[in-house]
Write a protein that binds this ligand. Structure first.
Ligand SMILES: Cc1cc2nc3c(=O)[nH]c(=O)nc-3n(C[C@H](O)[C@H](O)[C@H](O)COP(=O)(O)OP(=O)(O)OC[C@H]3O[C@@H](n4cnc5c(N)ncnc54)[C@H](O)[C@@H]3O)c2cc1C
Length: 477
């Protein structure tokens, strides 16, 4: 079968502009937010509806093309890359909110809808979509579902899976099926739950019923400065141990603060080594007492400044340092690798010290900006991608940190998924038997490994050093 025939068939389905084959345009799709791995797809196709996805999948299957679902490519584990060549199926043209049902607190959205657009559509009516990855102004609901994305407010509200009622997915045979639906509980196995977080390895999400959450009556937002990382880390576990669950407890360390200082001239107290942004939400009457308790815990842990927002404008100002921290890192480095690991909250102080030791060992700087309330670390390893030796050291530092996360009872990923980047690390956590159970589940959905082939699982149960830049294997055609 000829490549030209495939392109013609796809263009008949999605229109001429709906297929990209020009190498200069394909470059855009060779990487994602991780940027360390690069794999150019054979083509990119942009269906405009679930029906077009069905027709596209059936066509690609006849041509035996590997299929890589993609939202906007902000993923941080290489999940949307075509490592084995093939077709990227991008959902960005499927961006309609099809129905809003406030009475039942839910909405039907297409997979390519940008996360924040759901909240924007319902906020005047007092609702929002709770999962709020820091990429929420660009990342798609399909990508959020595939990665089971978290965010600052998932400490209190839970991750994406807690806010999805049902998903329409297109499977390897081109069949569209609903897993779950509009109502809370469905009969039988929770296939919706199995699908969410499967990183595009089971099929393509085309639509979803998402839950809408009532906006809280009130917020108490504070920004707290500490002279030591230890004190800030201990504060987070003390707050939660006291019985208070903040809506968010976010951490910015001194390396990231240096970048913020250079970019925005933040006026932080002299000697600040760590910043916490703590947000409480709920009924106004209960919040004053909770805020007092949190302030008391911060003081007990030697906070050097506590700022409490008095209005919405000040709330936005106090969030500023956290929200701009990733972007500001560009002041310190040409490239950085955002790692993602989980540890029990009580291990945060110990883990932070470990990360700084790893930085020293590999002669690198590591900035930390993360969802501390969940124990979800994001060490950002700064390096220069023009120096292959630095990339190597950055990957070695990653491996040291992730191994330690597992060592202290955590996990090699909190929210960014396994993708290509972390499959080598799965053997830190799972035995070959456990991995084989997961492979069997994959084979139920996708027996011929059509969707995201090679992702998530290591080739064997053994640890394989991660590749820096993979070589593209041509698709079978
Ligand atoms: C600055 C920045 C901040 C971030 N902050 C967070 C954060 O706070 N929390 C968090 O969880 N993540 C975060 N991320 C990671 C990323 O934004 C999320 O994983 C997001 O869910 C990816 O959405 P996307 O549309 O970009 O998906 P892509 O990157 O395009 O794809 C990600 C994965 O999902 C699969 N996929 C995409 N669409 C579909 C579909 N329709 N059906 C099936 N599979 C699909 C792909 O194959 C791939 O495996 C951040 C990334 C950046 C760059």
């Amino acid at each position: 079968m000829k490549r030209e025939d495939l392109i013609n068939e796809l263009q008949e389905i999605v229109g001429i502009k709906g297929v990209i084959v020009d190498p200069s345009e394909l470059v855009v799709y060779e990487t994602d937010g991780l940027s360390v791995f690069k794999h150019t797809p054979d083509l990119v196709v942009f269906p405009r509806s679930a029906d077009e996805v069905v027709a596209v999948i059936k066509t690609l299957r006849r041509y035996k093309m590997p299929i890589v679902p993609r939202g906007v490519g902000t993923g941080l584990s290489g999940g949307a890359l075509a490592e084995r060549g093939g077709a990227v199926v991008a959902t960005t043209k499927m961006n309609k909110i099809l129905e809003v049902d406030i009475r039942n607190r839910c909405a039907l959205v297409e997979a390519g809808v940008v996360n924040i657009h759901i909240t924007n559509a319902v906020k005047q009516r007092g609702y929002h979509f709770a999962p709020d990855p820091s990429s929420q102004v660009v990342s798609t609901i399909g990508g959020n579902i595939a990665e089971n994305a978290g965010g600052p407010h998932t400490l209190k509200y839970g991750v994406t899976t807690n806010h999805i009622l049902g998903v329409e997915v297109v499977l390897d045979n081109g069949e569209a099926v609903w897993l779950g639906g509009k109502t809370e509980e469905t009969i039988g196995y929770d296939l919706r739950g199995v699908f969410i977080g499967s990183e595009g390895t089971f099929g393509i999400v085309t639509k979803a019923w998402v839950k809408l959450t009532r906006n809280p009556q009130s917020y108490k937002t504070m920004r707290v400065s500490f002279a030591s990382v230890d004190d800030a880390a201990k504060t987070v576990s003390d707050i939660i141990a006291s019985g208070i669950i903040p809506a968010a407890a976010e951490f910015v360390d001194f390396v990231a603060l240096k970048a913020l200082e250079e970019a925005f001239k933040l006026k932080l107290p002299e000697g600040t080594k760590a910043l916490l942004v703590i947000e409480l939400d709920g009924l106004e009457v209960a919040l004053d007492r909770q805020a007092e308790k949190v302030i008391e815990i911060c003081r007990k842990n030697n906070a050097i400044e506590i700022l409490l927002a008095r209005n919405e404008q000040e709330r936005t100002q106090l969030w500023f340092a956290r929200k701009r921290a990733f972007g500001a890192l560009g002041r310190l480095t040409p490239s950085y690798l955002t790692q993602d690991g989980m540890v029990p909250r009580s291990k945060l102080p110990e883990m932070m010290q470990f990360i700084y030791q790893v930085a020293e060992k590999h002669g690198l700087r590591i900035a930390n900006i993360f969802h501390a309330g969940d124990g979800n670390l994001h060490p950002c390893i700064l390096f220069d991608e023009r120096k292959p030796e630095e990339i190597k050291r950055a990957l070695e530092a990653s491996a040291d940190i992730l191994k330690q996360c597992v060592e202290v009872g955590g996990s090699v990923t909190g929210e960014h998924g396994i993708g290509l980047e972390k499959r080598a690390f799965l053997s830190f956590m799972f035995t070959e038997d456990e991995l084989s159970v997961m492979r069997k589940i994959k084979s139920v959905f996708d027996p011929e490994e059509v969707f995201n082939p090679g992702k998530i699982f290591p080739e064997s149960g053994e640890f394989v050093e991660p590749q820096i830049v993979g070589k593209r294997r041509p698709a079978a055609m």
